[in-house]
Design a protein around this ligand. Structure first.
Ligand SMILES: N[C@@H](CCC(=O)N[C@@H](CS)C(=O)NCC(=O)O)C(=O)O
Length: 219
């Protein structure tokens, strides 16, 4: 991979600092050892422009460019990076399929429940609909976390070594950081801390924070 650009958001509310999905792309790049540039887009008009919609049809982040290819959806981007680096995905076909299965599990089975809780706890804070909805969301999340805890019993990572699936699962589980849900499952808690302690994650988080701080100063 040669010239790589990752696009993040220019401004985010405090609860979203360290959660925006360009983080997972930056982390995958750090694990793979690929250098990248970042570029930040504003909320609203800039992301509605045809030039940005051509890169990310929904006007969201992250967007990604490598050697003239533009790509959107954080899962697709992390998968593309993983295809280019054995640091994130093994070479054998069955091994790659297992990584892909856990990538989908993170994005399709766990992330929607985490997002439902974010909607209840932040967008719906103090509202009746959120109070009524919360117990059902927590019940499903606890069920998902219980399965993850079983999976991680006696394992350091989702598979037999660190892969792109851990990049996605970790960044998804971070959406629960305003709760004590993960702490209720020691194996998942230890897994999350283990993944977040990786030097590549720390570099990605610091780079994202530095970009957002720079944008805040410039605003
Ligand atoms: N499924 C998409 C979701 C992208 C997404 O929700 N991005 C958020 C930031 S983490 C965003 O751009 N929010 C601003 C908006 O929706 O306008 C992905 O994984 O890339």
């Amino acid at each position: 991979m040669q010239k790589i650009t990752v696009t993040g958001l220019r401004a985010v509310p405090p609860f979203a600092l360290g959660l925006v999905r360009d983080l997972r792309v930056r982390w995958a790049l750090e694990e793979a050892g690929f250098a990248y540039d970042s570029d930040m887009v504003a909320v609203g008009e800039e992301r509605d422009q045809p030039a940005y919609r051509a890169r990310q049809p929904f006007g969201m982040v992250p967007a990604f460019e490598v050697d003239g290819l533009t790509l959107f959806e954080s899962g697709a981007i992390v998968h593309r990076i993983a295809e280019e680096s054995e640091a994130l995905m093994p070479a054998d076909r069955d091994g790659r399929s297992h990584v892909l299965a856990w990538m989908f599990a993170a994005l399709n089975t766990v992330e929607p429940q985490c997002q439902a809780l974010l909607a209840v706890d932040f967008q719906g804070a103090g509202e009746d609909w959120a109070r009524q909805r919360r117990p059902a969301v927590i019940e499903v999340l606890n069920a998902r976390l219980a399965v993850l805890a079983d999976r991680l019993q006696g394992r350091e990572y989702l598979l037999d070594r660190f892969t792109a699936a851990d990049v996605l699962m970790t960044t998804v589980l971070r959406f629960l950081r305003h709760t004590d849900l993960v702490a209720g499952f020691p194996a998942v808690d230890a897994y999350l801390k283990r993944c977040e302690a990786r030097p590549a994650f720390q570099r990605a988080l610091a780079a994202q924070a530095a970009d957002y701080a720079r944008e805040a100063v410039a605003a």
